[in-house]
Design a binder for this molecule. Sequence first.
Ligand code: UDX
Length: 439
Amino acid sequence: MRLTVIGTGYVGAVHAACMAEIGHEVLGVDVDEERVAALAAGHPPFYEPGLSGMLQRTVAAGLLRFTTSLDEAALFADTHFVCVGTPQRPDSGAADLHHVEAAVDGLAAGLRAAGHDEALVVGKSTVPAGTADLLAARLRGTGADIAWNPEFLREGSAVQDTLRPERIVAGVRSARAEARLRAVYAPLVAAGAPFIATDTVTAELVKVASNSFLATKISFINAMAEICDVLGADVLTLAEAMGTDSRIGPAFLAPGLGFGGSCLPKDIRAFTARAEEIGRGESVAFLRQVDEINTRQRLRTIGLAERFTGGSLENRDVAVLGAAFKPGSDDVRDSPALAVAEAVRRRGARVRVHDPEAVDNARAAYPDLQYALDVTKACEQADVVLHLTEWPQYRELDPAALATVVRSPAVVDARNTLDARAWRSAGWRLSAPGRPRLD
Ligand code: UDX
């Protein structure tokens, strides 16, 4: 089949490559000429395992091309995936839909000019429930139908998540649209992915409800960490024991610095704004607390650092391990690690940040922090080390060797993944949220 993918950010670039990989002919569209040229040469503008090779392979096979022209897109295919961003509006936290609207308007103009009347516009962007209905009005006169097919990929495993999704949710308004989406995803469904067909508003809601649930799970265990700190209990054992209950499950119960990234924080705020708009603010009032618990973990981490430095971080040297919002990614959008690093700098500390992948992005976002290309350099003469993003290589560090380069061997394991016993027997003081007995 021929498909277009409009918007080649994270979701779009991965979707375009994966659709070509399963045999479709794909045209990727973006307003950014540089990005289009880079993608055509197999260079994604972000780090994502497996993506670059897949782009190169599918471009070379003639299955994937890129353009900046929506008119060309309208002529090329009948099925158009809209994957543009829906940033958070700074005033209200609501989703800003102007990119989605511009993409749909541009495509509609192209469809009218091309005289195509069988087109299906498939939204993938995360939007407030009810958006597809509003967009349908913008397609009037084109004969195009609209569907919603939310994206659930995680950064760092985006290619796998797209090729082997745990479910495909297809929100449709016609049997023809459902048949078209079933055809697009036939190879994935044949490989076992459940295909859940529903209306567009339910499909839109599946995405925001899922992300809200995941965020709630993380904040729940972080709230329990706060309780553990006072009661002298151990949150890691608590999470492990709770997770063995098959109704709860172990995933997303890792206590620590909390969630960041381009989705969870923005999605819960946009959902809250949308619920208030429809007069159901009270139904999701708990999401405000989920958000508050989450950002509170940043202050708690700083508090643990201050305990090691006698109450103040002024004029102290602080090493920060991790800048990406999570390991396996170079994305620093809403990164809890960088928020902590910057807050510590503002308290008068000299902060040196290490990250295996995200230093360039971090430097662009936080130019006043210092950056080190290896962990030893970051830790030289440090008064305290903050472990803020749990890259697997930080678990492999030799605490005895690192103890010789710091000024004072004290580490805050804000992600609860270091081997506490090993660090302590190498002479470190170690503290971690929700594990007061380590003190
Ligand atoms: C998330 C959703 O998982 C995905 O389905 C959706 O499409 C986009 O948003 P992503 O933002 O890539 O994906 O990251 P994810 O792996 O979900 O992690 C989100 C944040 O939660 C990270 O900052 C991570 O460090 C944090 N996290 C995750 C925890 O603090 N504890 C956990 O137990 C799990």
